[in-house]
Design a binder for this molecule. Structure first.
Ligand SMILES: [Zn+2]
Length: 509
């Protein structure tokens, strides 16, 4: 399947690529090799490839100037070893597809230049590491595979990203801007705003996004550049774009007038701003762009809570209510956002308690903080009740299977949340907090060992899963004492050792 992609590219290292590598990739890291011939310093510049006589002595590894091309270069005295005289870097080079002039290709190379054997003829090696194909409404990335067996093979990546990561990340990386211009000519990529290609953003991501979403160009031009930049950066964009939209207004979920109003307001149109604007259009709050900007600042970190609230009321009403609560009960709240948290959590409680949120009294309580304290308690009581009902259903079955008396001790199933809390409190361990819910759900079994003389007093707590005793804990998580150990052994033999019981049953009397 890669043949299809590969057919778009030419793997030839053209003169243009060589020139780019000479000038821009290695241009500043070439060397001035110096040889001392009978007291005359003979220089060789690897940048302009000229020989020259030097009228000055330069120190090894210091810097010198080539008298012919004027480049400032690192000096290497040729009598020293040259094993470190190697340079490498990554670069991106754009070209038109050889198959379709409307398709733009980008090749990602790793390039090495080695001066160690013959500094006058350094060896330059080009390794093609990645191929990018930018077409109409789609983009592809192929990355070179490395295998122990050698050979060149490619794998297609699920998304398009900069190849110079991992092992390549410390290397310098260059992009041929000239090649971008040449390759984009007469394709729609020529309309990519220049600012986006100036190095602040990943050029690969810019091409990727503009290939997939041609309308980003229009979005950028009409003033939604912040949205486009966030999209390229891969930031959270609050679901503010409708990718299936047939035109720019459908994509923005806004009318022509809304777009005009927003642009004329001169506010910075961030993804969150746009999302809030869209939400209030939907619920007919009719807020102004400047009002939305204020909300964006106030609710930035609380947007999930605010959106939860907006399921039950409009933005205009919600904001008005929050502001009133905040003004009236400032002692409870650090910000308007914290009112939103309380209110949203209160609404969640109301749903659990099956209260009617359509009633204004329920949805907009006089003091939502106080009422939330109350609903939290009710929810907890309700949850405990449900847990206890579940436990109660299990107790008889468990006791039938595990109830056991031996000498002075007895073991039985835990009967309620309260009992588990008491057990945890008296013995200082974590049964109540960690095991109540799994026990109620039947994921594990919690049994209590008590002295027959003190049936109500917590003594040891046992967890049994399947036919295995997982843990036995007494006060402060202590291990069983001698009496309890003996009891456990007897309990195991009688209740858990299935093989033994089986034999008992299967052997005829
Ligand atoms: Zn030179």
């Amino acid at each position: 399947m890669y043949e299809e992609y590969i057919s778009h590219i030419s793997t030839e290292i053209t003169e243009e690529i060589e020139k780019f590598v000479d000038d821009e990739v290695f241009g500043k890291v070439e060397y001035l090799f110096i040889e001392n011939e009978n007291g005359v310093y003979q220089g060789h510049c690897t940048k302009c490839h000229n020989e020259c006589e030097l009228d000055q002595y330069y120190k090894h590894n210091g810097y010198g100037v080539c008298p012919i091309c004027g480049a400032k270069l690192q000096v290497k005295q040729s009598r020293y070893g040259r094993k470190n005289c190697k340079n490498d870097a990554c670069f991106y080079y754009f070209e038109k597809s050889v198959k379709n002039p409307r398709v733009v290709i980008c090749k990602g190379y790793y390039v090495k230049r080695d001066y160690t054997t013959d500094y006058k003829n350094p060896v330059t090696e080009y390794l093609l590491e990645a191929i990018y194909i930018f077409e109409d409404k789609k983009s592809k990335m192929l990355k070179r595979n490395y295998s122990y067996f050698g050979g060149l093979s490619w794998s297609e990546k699920k998304s398009v990203f900069d190849f110079n990561q991992g092992w390549f990340s410390p290397k310098m990386c260059y992009i041929s801007r000239e090649s971008i211009e040449e390759a984009s000519k007469n394709t729609r990529f020529q309309y990519i705003p220049k600012e986006l290609l100036e190095g602040y953003h990943s050029t690969i991501k810019v091409f990727d996004e503009f290939a997939k979403y041609p309308w980003l160009e229009q979005l950028y031009k009409i003033g939604f550049n912040n949205i486009v930049e966030n999209k390229i950066r891969g930031s959270h964009i609050y679901n503010c774009l409708n990718y299936k939209g047939k035109d720019i207004f459908k994509i923005l979920r806004l009318s022509r007038k809304d777009v005009k109003d927003i642009i004329n307001s001169k506010e910075i149109i961030t993804p969150l701003f746009l999302n809030l604007y869209q939400l209030q259009i939907k619920d007919k709050s009719m807020l102004l762009p400047s009002e939305i900007k204020k909300l964006e600042r106030e609710y930035q970190g609380y947007i999930v809570k605010l959106k939860n609230i907006l399921k039950y009321t409009s933005m205009r009403k919600a904001v008005k209510y929050i502001e009133k609560q905040y003004e009236k009960y400032k002692k409870y709240y650090a910000s308007k956002g914290s009112v939103a948290i309380t209110w949203s959590d209160y609404i969640e409680n109301c749903i659990e308690l099956e209260m009617d949120l359509k009633s204004e009294h329920v949805l907009y309580p006089k003091d939502v903080y106080k009422l939330h304290q109350n609903t939290m308690k009710q929810v907890k009581v309700r949850a405990d009740k449900i847990t206890n009902e579940k436990i109660a259903k299990r107790v008889d079955v468990l006791n039938e299977k595990y109830y056991f008396e031996y000498k002075n001790l007895v073991i039985r199933a835990a009967e309620s949340t309260e009992e588990l809390i008491l057990e945890g409190k008296m013995l200082s361990h974590c049964v109540a907090t960690n095991y109540t819910k799994p026990y109620a759900k039947g994921e594990t079994n919690i049994l209590l060992i008590r002295k027959i003389s003190e049936l109500d007093k917590p003594y040891y707590t046992v967890e049994i899963k399947g036919d295995e005793i997982k843990q036995v804990h007494g006060k402060s998580n202590c291990s069983p004492n001698k009496e309890v150990k003996e009891f456990i052994e007897a309990f195991k033999a009688e209740k858990l050792d299935k093989k033994k019981t089986k034999i008992k049953i299967s052997v005829p009397a």
